[in-house]
Design a binder for this molecule. Structure first.
Ligand code: CU
Length: 119
């Protein structure tokens, strides 16, 4: 007689706590949906947990979909919950999208985007 059900239950229990370790944005500069002036020099996103520097990216694009930020962004060397990227040239007025993609300490990937406006 096979007893497979307890094994399935154990797997479900083992996976459950990892749900809370996923990293999601906690705060950002500019704020989500904010209208700012003048153009910011830096875009920063703080997460609710530590993220992996090697696999985490932050990219800013304009309304046409062109990247306006430098490189792929970087995790702050002094704060493992802070992902940031530089905007090398002042942005003209318009709407921009911040694309974030991170790997949390539990190895899980989360990604998303949010807009801000330069007025
Ligand atoms: Cu997770």
């Amino acid at each position: 007689m096979r007893k497979t059900i307890p094994v399935v239950l154990l797997l479900a229990l083992a996976c459950a706590p990892s749900v809370w370790a996923h990293a999601f944005p906690d705060n950002s500069s500019p704020h989500v949906g904010a209208s700012v002036s003048p153009s910011p020099k830096l875009v920063q996103v703080w997460f609710d947990g530590e993220i992996e520097p090697v696999f985490s990216t932050l990219i800013v694009k304009n309304a046409a979909g062109d990247q306006v930020s430098q490189g792929k962004g970087a995790v702050s060397s002094s704060d493992n919950t802070l992902l940031q990227t530089a905007l090398p040239t002042p942005l003209p007025p318009g709407q921009y999208w911040v694309y974030w993609s991170v790997i949390a300490r539990d190895g899980h990937h989360t990604a998303g985007r949010f807009p801000f406006t330069v007025s």
